[in-house]
Design a protein around this ligand. Sequence first.
Ligand code: APR
Length: 261
Amino acid sequence: MTAPELEQAIAEAAWQIASANYVVALVGAGLSAESGVPTFRGEGGLWTKYGEPDMRGYERFLKDPAKWWEERISRSSTYRELVTALEEAVPNDGHFALRDLEELGYLKHIITQNIDNLHQTAGSRAITEIHGNRTKLRCISCSQRWPLDEFPMDDMPPHCTNCGGIVKGDTVMFGEPIPRDALNECVEQTRQCDCMLLVGTSAVVYPAAGFPVDVKTSGGRLIEVNPNETPLTDISDVVLRAPAGEALPRVVERLRTMVNE
Ligand code: APR
């Protein structure tokens, strides 16, 4: 996309956001790429390098949760570079721009597929983490959650202090159902949404990739922010073919200017 084309698209995106009643952002790994967190697919993606994990991760956990915890505590993760990148990552201008859109009253909610806690660190508030949060633990029976360092690790595997269920990391494993409370909130936010920002997602993983289609089907608008094409590009009303850390702050600036005009 040429610079004048991107400028024009940013103006259109700002106009769409200002004209909407209920803007929601659907976020993927691409937003955190500029924070040094590897993406999964595409060039340099983790799954591109190591192959996509099989769908039996959760099944193995259920079979022997103590073994899973031992491996976790021994930090023998296959994806060392991801763990290290997540530990060192700080929010980038894309995260702060979403925070600003919320503070300006335009952005009502963030549905994030990212587990990195960078939205919270940037100061965003209305967030649903459809794939969980790496800094939290969750009971697989009652979905109660705790910050990692606030849960007594007396027995292996740890059990829920609320219902006695087994406790695991809050991050949703391959093959694990999306926690009901998170899924219900995503469906509710999508129902209210009339303009969805698609930020840094390849839009191939469901149920998240289905939400933009629901918005479009109910007459809403889609704004894609991604340096690459995705399966949603063709149904998007505005496309910002640029990194999120570059494009989103310019959309915020445009909205601030529009307010002052
Ligand atoms: N800004 C915006 N988008 C970017 C940037 C950037 N700086 N860099 C890369 N992208 C885009 C890529 O073009 C790609 O479309 O981000 C997308 C990343 O896609 P994936 O790696 O597939 O990540 P995501 O869509 O979040 O994957 C969904 O799959 O493996 C599971 O649980 C994992 O939550 C993840 C889910």
